[in-house]
Each structure stands twice: as C-alpha cells, then as structure tokens.
Design a protein around this ligand. Structure first.
Ligand code: G
Ligand code: G
Ligand code: NA
Ligand code: MN
Length: 254
C-alpha cells in the first residue's frame, strides 16, 4: 500500500528511468534497436524491481501514465540515435493489458511520435500471449488501428503463456520473442533445444521474425544463429543501460 502511494508520485518526482537493452542481429552482430525497460529508484524504498512495481501500477491504474511516459522517453531516445547517424534503429516498448482499457492509447502514441518527428515503423510494441486471449476483440481493434499507422507488434515471452496458436494467424504478428526460460538451456537440454527449433521453424513458415531473449554466452548465440534465429538480446552483449551508456555501445559497435 505504501509502495503504491509512493509509485503514484514517482513520475512527477523524476524517480523513474528508462533503460535500453540492445537487440542484436545474430548474423552481422550489429545493434538493430533496443527494448525499453523502466526502472524505479525510490528515495524511500530503494531500487524497486519492475516485477514488483509494474503489477502494482497495473492494479492501481498508474500504469497508464507510466506507459505514456515510457513511450515519450523511448521515442525521444530513438530519435536521438537517428540524429547521431544510427538512423535504422528501432525501439520496443512493453505494454500491459491495462493500457488498452482506456480509450486513448493510440492518440498518445501518435502524438509522442509526432512530437519528436519519428516515423511510426521505428516503434514496436511488445504484448504477451495472455493479452491476446482476454478481451480479444477490444484489444484487436486497437492493435489494428495502431498497425494501420505503421507500428509493429511483437509477442513477448513466447511459449510461456497458454500458447493458443490461433492468434498467430489472426493477428499477423511480425516478431516472436523466445522466452529466456527456453533459451538459457538450449546448449545443455535437448527438450528446450527441440522446442526452440520448432518455434523457429514455425516462425519461418509464417514469415515471423524471432528474437531470442536472455542470451548469456557465445555458445548460445552461435547455436541460435545456426538454427536460423535472426535476432538476440541478453547479458552476453549488454544488460539494460541508460541512454548515455547505450549511445556509447552504439559507437563501440559501429
Ligand atoms: O528488466 P526487468 O527486470 O525490469 O523486467 C521485469 C519485467 O517488467 C519484464 O516482464 C518486463 O516486461 C516488465 N517491464 C519492464 N519495463 C516495463 C514497462 O515499461 N512497461 C511494462 N508494461 N512492463 C515493463
Ligand atoms: O519484457 P520481458 O519479460 O521479456 O523482460 C525481460 C527481462 O529479462 C528483464 O527483466 C530483463 O532485465 C531481463 N534480461 C535481459 N537479458 C537477460 C539475460 O541475459 N539474462 C537474464 N537472466 N535476464 C535478462
Ligand atoms: Na519485453
Ligand atoms: Mn520476455
């Protein structure tokens, strides 16, 4: 309860920071974009993990403001990369189901893009499988609208939800992010390897791009590249970092 109260003032008190984790092309090893991950440094409670405060934000409704703020920060950061010459990079932002329950998500996204003059196709929105399950029509309508503006969508943590594969046909997703619970074991566990192989195979036949999450070593990165996975993310390259550090990574990587 105390935490929820403190969270309500976190934006106006400048306690939130967006970190960026690079997404890597597994063939060229170039940075192709980043995922935005919000951090809360509370003066009273210290660094509160997102796994703790995002659910609180969802329950209390503060998530709407947090999402809008994260999107504004993220498109501004992406615009800055472009201005520095890294003008192909994209930015991915996580959404909560709650974000679709107020009517003005797409208005906010469009105005954030307009404000910094960034083309919509540089923004990708990450959804979880469960979000496509409940209230399917309601959310699908907004997804279709956002898609008509050129925004792309990724399914996050793929394989850990109920995996009703019907939505893959219905939603025409561009990207599946392989959950790190599978990815971390592929070099040692046959079952995980076969699951990842099957997801990559299915994705190829549906023209869906794969991003493997949670890559922590070279052997895993190499094996995924060999299996035909296009992109990767993980501590092997970088943890999520602040904008200045991310720009330093871009310079080093170029
Ligand atoms: O990096 P990390 O431990 O913070 O992420 C933990 C969880 O919090 C992940 O599931 C991630 O998707 C979620 N998360 C991080 N940032 C955001 C955000 O800006 N919005 C939403 N909805 N979830 C986020
Ligand atoms: O949005 P999502 O649920 O995918 O959030 C990604 C989570 O995974 C975040 O908490 C992020 O900090 C974390 N993460 C990113 N790369 C790695 C990694 O290589 N290993 C581990 N253990 N976690 C990672
Ligand atoms: Na994510
Ligand atoms: Mn994930």
């Amino acid at each position: 309860l105390q935490l929820t109260k403190a969270l309500k003032n976190a934006i106006s008190n400048h306690e939130l920071v967006v970190h960026f984790q690079p997404k890597i092309d597994l063939v060229t090893e170039q940075i192709t974009g980043a995922e935005a991950l919000v951090r809360w440094l509370s003066p009273e409670h210290g660094l509160v993990p997102a796994t703790i405060f995002i659910p609180l934000a969802e329950q209390s409704g503060v998530i709407t403001d947090i999402t809008h703020w994260v999107i504004e920060q993220s498109v501004a950061a992406c615009k800055q990369w472009h201005q520095l010459g890294f003008n192909k990079l994209s930015i991915a932002v996580n959404l909560s189901a709650e974000d679709f329950k107020r009517g003005n998500l797409s208005t906010h996204i469009l105005s954030a893009l307009t404000q910094v003059n960034l083309a919509a196709h540089f923004l990708e929105l990450e959804l979880t499988e469960s979000m496509l399950m409940d209230d399917i029509n309601y959310i699908q309508k907004q997804i279709n609208e956002l898609r008509s503006f050129g925004i792309s969508f990724a399914i996050d943590d793929f394989g850990t939800g109920y995996s009703n594969l019907g939505y893959l046909a219905k939603f025409n997703v561009c990207t599946l992010k392989l959950d790190r619970s599978f990815v971390k074991n592929i070099c040692h566990a046959t079952n995980e390897l076969q699951i990842v192989k099957a997801i990559i195979g299915m994705s190829k036949s549906l023209s869906i791009t794969n991003v493997a999450e949670g890559i922590e070593d070279k052997a895993t990165a190499d094996l995924l590249a060999e299996l035909g996975c296009e992109m990767g993310q993980g501590y092997f390259w970088s943890k999520p970092v602040v904008q200045q550090e991310f720009i330093a990574l871009l310079v080093k990587n170029s």
